[in-house]
Design a protein around this ligand. Structure first.
Ligand code: BEZ
Length: 211
């Protein structure tokens, strides 16, 4: 089964490096990010997990719970975490789901048989507090993810969930945003008191409203 944007994120119970996890209980009322890995003791994954550990405060600031998945058992995860801590100069500070039977991986569509029948792909699923899937990205095993981009996307998702705006190409927190097309130009001043620019009738920008 695969999931699509707007779907309810499937709930599951699983073993993890931090004990048994019920996914929805783990998420609580926070945003969530679930990211999959091809396997334990692989070089790119080792750097990714270390990078996420170093960014944990950034995820916490945004009220995002982080959880990784790799299709090896808990005992393997625990030994791998020692290696990650040592080689990446950090401490893994979030759970890694153990999915040796590929149960969660299949539930979330992390197995792409035409890419690999042995490994899960590198997917990122971002889930909002209503447990809806807001973002899906998939990378091949050979390409490590850019977690600064994931933080940037979370900033956009959280902003656009609250305001009638969208974020333009390469937008970063603090930069101007675009007013969504369904807002009439004459209604913009009341909604966006910081002002706006009308570049075209369909392209109106305004300062980021929540800063
Ligand atoms: C890695 O994480 O380094 C990796 C995993 C599977 C295939 C290639 C690289």
């Amino acid at each position: 089964m695969s999931i699509r944007l707007g779907d309810s994120a499937p709930d599951f119970a699983s073993e993890s490096s931090e004990g048994k996890i019920n996914f929805y209980e783990f998420l609580g009322s926070s945003w969530g990010i679930l990211f999959s890995h091809p396997a334990d003791f692989t070089p790119v994954c080792t750097t990714e997990l270390g990078t996420v550990a170093k960014l944990k405060l950034e995820f916490d600031k945004r009220n995002v719970k982080v959880i990784a998945l790799s299709v090896d058992p808990v005992e393997s995860h625990l030994k791998w975490i020692d290696d990650i801590n040592e080689t990446q100069d950090t401490k893994v500070n979030y759970p890694i789901i153990a999915d040796p039977a590929f149960e969660v991986s299949k539930l979330y569509g992390f197995v792409h048989p035409n890419a690999s029948d042995k490994f899960t792909v590198r997917s990122v699923v971002i889930i909002d507090p209503a447990k809806k899937v807001k973002l899906l990205i998939t990378y091949p095993a050979s390409t490590g993810r850019n977690f600064d981009e994931i933080l940037r996307v979370i900033d956009s998702l959280q902003l656009t969930a609250e305001y009638s705006v969208a974020t333009p190409a390469n937008w970063k927190h603090g930069e101007d945003v675009v007013v969504i097309p369904s807002i009439k130009t004459e209604d913009i001043p009341a909604k966006f008191p910081k002002g706006f620019k009308e570049i075209k009738s369909y392209l109106r920008t305004t300062p980021q409203p929540n800063i």
